[in-house]
Write a protein that binds this ligand. Sequence first.
Ligand code: DC
Length: 220
Amino acid sequence: MINVAIDGPAGAGKSTIAKRAAKDMGYIYVDTGAMFRAMALYMLRLKADLDDSRDIASKADGADIDIVYEDGVQCVMLNGENVNGLIRTEEVSDAASRVAVVKEVRQKMLMLQRNIAKNHDVIMDGRDIGSAVLPDANLKIYLTASVEVRAERRYKENIEKGMESDPEAIKADIRERDERDMTRSEAPLTRVPDAVLIDSSDMTIDEVVKRIEELIGEIG
Ligand code: DC
């Protein structure tokens, strides 16, 4: 199986790019952030204390999270319910970053993610794919962009969706998530030495996809 890992901070364009490259290559795209988002939704619904790891750990077992594919589109299932349409809010983004610090939550996700990669050619994106989930991946990419560029992209996306948006609030939110994702003790976001660094600040989506497909073409 070919396993490609793409890690990087929020808003670097990982999912857009990974989805496109996976489609071109005929691989499965696995958005691991969506799995943490589903867990976050579960915790929000239960009104769990998001600052209390023990509370989250004790509730995590009740969340059965799975990934299924319908017409090539990844559907995240939470206890049998397709929650794709419910996990892209700012509230869930923030909660996902919080539940993701909890060891028991990460262990659960890791097993699920490894299982998918064992049985399929995948491009998997997240924060700890190259470092923890797939340390033997055929190709590891660290995709990043400056905070300013990432905030600008998120702002444009929100405007396109007709959502009200405050550029400064977005920047603050991105900084806060970066900080939490990079400094947590369990599998923090980090650039592993064998990951190829791609800074997309001054690149178009097409250019990044092309670069990644070239790198996949070089896999021996
Ligand atoms: O990529 P995303 O924004 O959808 O991810 C949501 C949150 O989930 C992110 O802030 C950190 C967490 N996450 C993680 O800890 N490990 C992953 N492999 C993917 C996401």
